[in-house]
Write a protein that binds this ligand. Structure first.
Ligand code: HEM
Ligand SMILES: [Ca+2]
Length: 299
């Protein structure tokens, strides 16, 4: 039901406007591209790509922002507000959904940081609700083993191939010390020693939980360094290194393939993002087009 030209008739300026705002934000801070890609992922994995992650908590409503995987971690909400304001100006406030803004902003971020473009499918509508519980249970944990990661992705209709290529999003951005502390102190058999030592310098055994480390060697370039890092036992997260354990598994082969084939990675990444973006969208008369991405419409 989603289509690449949903806005062509109703607001031809929608997609160019989103792109322009994304490019401005990334010019100010390259990491914002990573943060926007992740927002779309954390939206889609919680009851589908319906903009639920964008709803603010209120005194009577608890949304997804304070769920474990999101709290003190997901970012980019101000940029989504800027984009929404800009499309509300060129279209009308009830035309472009927040869920579509997330999908398009993710694509534009990938492209701005050097990835290949793909046609985003649009026409999603926004939820009128959100689920902190679902956010806690549906988003994969960085402490999971491969089998749990595969099961999680399968529960969202995604296969091992999708898991490996979508994890390639970790070619961008950063993680906090709390997300990789156990790996750098307790997983000595699967981590490069010099790499672990360099990380221990920014992430002490306790405290400094929010200190950051880049997820791959080139956190502002959409490239294959992530896969090369995995092959060198330099995956930052436990879940990253689970994709390459050097035992000739199907996951290992996919990592090896992408590590040596940037074109295949870029092409397959785009296809997998489209697949992820198709998870349970609201369409037709379901949901609404939010006027403000942070709150459900009042009328
Ligand atoms: C396979 C399971 C995955 C796990 C366990 C996982 C886990 C994580 C964790 C723990 C962080 C760092 C958060 C923090 O420390 O604050 C992170 C960052 C990130 N993740 Fe994932 N992730 C997964 C898959 C994905 C996918 C599928 C995408 C997008 C398609 C994605 C995109 C990102 C990006 C871009 C960042 C950096 C964000 C920034 O710098 O603001 N991740 N991920
Ligand atoms: Ca990179």
């Amino acid at each position: 039901q989603l289509s690449p030209d949903f806005y062509d008739a109703v607001c031809p300026q929608a997609l160019p406007t989103i792109k322009q705002t994304v490019e401005q934000a990334i010019a100010l801070e390259p990491r914002m591209g990573a943060s926007l890609v992740r927002l779309h992922f954390h939206d889609c994995f919680v009851n589908g790509c319906d903009g639920s992650i964008l709803l603010d908590d209120t005194s009577t409503f608890t949304g997804e922002k304070t769920a474990g995987p999101n709290k003190n971690s997901v970012r980019g909400f101000d940029v989504i507000d800027q984009i929404k304001d800009a499309v509300n100006d060129v279209c009308s406030e009830n035309v472009v959904s927040c869920a579509d803004i997330l999908a398009v902003a993710a694509r534009d971020s990938v492209v701005a940081l050097g990835g290949s473009s793909y046609d985003v499918l649009v026409g999603r509508r926004d939820s009128t609700t959100a689920s902190k519980d679902a956010a806690n249970t549906s988003i994969p944990s960085p402490f999971s083993d491969l089998s749990a990661l595969v099961s999680n992705f399968e529960s969202h209709g995604l296969a091992l191939e999708d898991l490996v290529v979508l994890s390639g999003a970790h070619t961008l951005g950063f993680a906090r010390c709390v997300s990789f502390r156990n790996r750098i102190y307790n997983e000595t058999s699967t981590i490069d020693g010099d790499y672990a030592a360099s990380l221990q310098a920014v992430c002490p055994p306790s405290g400094d939980d929010d200190n950051l480390s880049q997820l791959d060697d080139t956190p502002a370039s959409f490239d294959t360094a992530y896969y090369q890092d995995l092959m060198g036992s330099m995956g930052l997260l436990h879940s990253d290194q689970q994709l390459f354990m050097g035992n000739g598994s199907a996951a290992d082969e996919l990592v090896q393939n992408y590590g040596g084939d940037p074109d295949a990675f870029s092409a397959d990444f785009g296809a997998a993002m489209i697949k992820m973006g198709n998870i349970s969208p609201l369409t037709g008369s379901d949901g609404e087009i939010r006027k403000n991405c942070r709150v459900v419409n009042s009328d």
